[in-house]
Design a protein around this ligand. Structure first.
Ligand code: FIX
Ligand code: ZN
Length: 430
C-alpha cells in the first residue's frame, strides 16, 4: 500500500528525532579531559581553545615565522597570533575554527565583536568544578571518559598521591608507549618495580601483565587503549604484535575489558609542529580481522583514522560481533565525513555502533563537538527512519528514544557488560 506516510507525519517525525537527539544525555567515551583533581591537566578557556593543535596546524598555513619562534611564545601570545591569522585576517570557516565560535556562542558570549581581550575576561574566575558542570550541562554530556597514561609523569604523580574521584569522569588505560616503544618503556617499568627485561621472557610477560592489572584496578579502567601506525601487522614477530597477543589480550579477556584500537595514525609526520604534527595513512584491515577472529573471547573497540578504511571496518564489524566501532576520530571529525561515516555505519550495522566521541582536549570543546555532531546524527537518523516509514513502519516516540539512548552510550555500556560476562563465565564465545 502506498502513500501512508504523509507530509505532516514526515515533519512530525523530523521534529521528534531532532529534539530527541538534541536532548538525550551522552556518554563521551573518548576524550583527553581530566577530572578536576588533576589540576592544570584539565584545560579550559579561550586561550586553550585557540592553541588547540587542530588550530595550530591550520594557523601555520598562514604564519611565516619559524616553528621555534612560535613555540618560544607564551600561551597567550600564541593564542593571539592564531586568533589574528585564523579569525581576523581570514574568515574562520574550518571545522575547528567554527567550533570555537559555536562554543563561545553557546556559552552566551558575543562573537560578532571579534574582541579577544573581552572574551578573555569572561573566562577569568571560574572554579574548575563549576565550569565542568556548566560545559557538561550545555553539551548534555553526562559522563566523560578520560585517557589515562601511566607513562605521563604529571598524570602519574596525581594517581600516586591519590584523590577523591569526580564520578562524572571515568578512566581508560592508555598504553601506547608500552606497545609501540617497548625498548624505551621496559626500563621505566623496571624502575617502577616490575621485574622485566627487554626480552619477552615468561617472567617479563607476567610482570607486564601485573603492571596492567595494577593500573587497571587503580584507575578503574573501562577499557585498555592504544593508537597504532598504518604499518601495524598481526600476527607478527615484532614487540607490539607479540605484546598484544601474549599479554594485553589475555589480560583484557580475564579482566573483561575491551581492547580499544585506533588504527592509522602516522606520528610525527612533521615533528616541528609538535602535537599538531601527526598524519594519517591507510592501514591493513586484514591485520585487525586476524585479531578479531583469533580472539573471539576478547572484545574490541575500534575508531580508525583513514577515511579509506571506514568501509572495510564496517564490513569487519558485520563479521565479528566482538568488534564495536565508535566515533569519527580527529581528521574524520568534520561534518562531511561524520555524515558519510554515520550513514554508512547505520546502513551496514544498524544501531550497533557508538557514532561519536568528542576527543576533546579542552573542556569547552565538548560544547561544539556535541552540538555539531548531534545535528548530523539527527539528520541521518531522520533520513533512515523516513526510509522505513514509507513502508508504514513509523517509529514511535519510545522507539526513537530507545534508539538514541543506545547510540549515546547505552550500546557501549552493553558491549562493556558483554565483556564482563565473558570474563566471569570463563568460557563463552560471543
Ligand atoms: O591518540 C589519540 O587519542 C588522539 O586523539 C590524539 O593523539 C590527537 O592528538 C588528538 O587530539 C585527536 O583528536
Ligand atoms: Zn584521542
Amino acid at each position: 500500500m502506498k502513500g501512508t506516510f504523509t507530509v505532516r507525519q514526515s515533519t512530525a517525525l523530523r521534529t521528534l528525532v531532532e529534539k530527541t537527539v538534541a536532548n538525550t544525555p551522552v556518554y563521551d567515551i573518548h576524550t583527553h579531559l581530566y577530572d578536576p583533581a588533576f589540576g592544570d591537566l584539565l584545560l579550559y578557556g579561550i586561550d586553550d581553545l585557540l592553541v588547540y593543535h587542530y588550530l595550530v596546524a591550520e594557523a601555520f598555513r598562514y604564519f611565516d615565522i619559524p616553528y621555534e619562534k612560535f613555540w618560544a611564545l607564551t600561551k597567550e601570545q600564541q593564542a593571539a597570533m592564531i586568533w589574528d591569522a585564523l579569525f581576523i585576517q581570514h574568515s574562520p570557516i574550518s571545522e575547528a575554527c567554527r567550533g570555537v565560535l559555536t562554543t563561545l556562542n553557546l556559552l552566551g558570549l558575543d562573537v560578532k565583536k571579534r574582541d579577544l581581550p573581552k572574551l578573555r575576561k569572561w573566562f577569568v574566575g571560574w572554579k574548575p568544578t563549576d565550569y565542568v558542570t556548566r560545559c557538561m550541562d550545555l553539551a548534555k554530556v553526562e559522563r566523560i571518559c578520560m585517557t589515562n597514561s601511566p607513562f605521563d609523569d604529571q598524570e602519574r604523580a596525581v594517581w600516586d598521591k591519590g584523590f577523591r574521584r569526580d564520578e562524572r569522569f571515568t578512566a581508560a588505560l592508555r598504553i601506547d608507549p608500552l606497545l609501540v616503544a617497548w625498548l624505551e618503556s621496559a626500563p621505566r617499568l623496571k624502575a617502577w618495580g616490575y621485574n622485566v627485561t627487554t626480552e619477552l621472557t615468561e617472567r617479563t610477560l607476567s610482570e607486564v601483565r601485573r603492571f596492567l592489572g595494577d593500573w587497571a584496578k587503580r584507575i578503574d579502567a573501562q577499557y585498555v587503549m592504544v593508537s597504532l601506525p598504518p604499518t601495524f601487522e598481526y600476527p607478527s614477530e615484532n614487540y607490539c604484535s607479540l605484546l598484544i597477543e601474549r599479554v594485553v589480550l589475555p589480560f583484557c579477556r580475564e579482566a573483561g575489558l575491551p581492547f580499544a584500537m585506533m588504527p592509522g595514525v602516522k606520528r610525527g609526520v612533521n615533528p616541528q609542529l609538535r602535537l599538531a604534527g601527526d598524519g594519517v595513512a591507510r592501514c591493513n584491515v586484514a591485520a585487525y580481522e586476524n585479531i578479531f577472529s583469533a580472539h573471539p573471547d576478547n572484545t574490541f573497540l575500534v575508531t580508525a583514522l583513514p577515511r579509506e578504511n571506514q568501509y572495510e571496518f564496517c564490513v569487519a564489524a558485520r563479521k565479528f560481533r566482538n568488534l564495536h566501532l565508535f566515533g569519527c576520530w580527529w581528521f574524520t571529525n568534520i561534518p562531511f565525513l561524520i555524515e558519510e561515516m554515520t550513514r554508512m555505519r547505520f546502513e551496514l550495522l544498524g544501531l550497533t555502533i557508538t557514532p561519536q566521541h568528542s576527543d576533546a582536549r579542552v573542556l569547552d570543546q565538548i560544547i561544539y563537538k556535541w552540538d555539531h555532531s548531534r545535528r548530523i546524527i539527527a539528520k541521518v537518523l531522520v533520513n533512515k527512519y523516513t526510509d522505513i516509514a514509507v513502508t508504514g513502519w513509523v517509529p514511535s516516540k519510545q522507539e526513537i528514544e530507545r534508539d538514541v539512548k543506545t547510540l549515546f552510550g547505552g550500546g557501549f555500556d552493553e558491549f562493556l557488560s558483554a565483556g564482563k560476562r565473558i570474563a566471569s563465565s570463563g568460557d563463552v564465545t560471543i
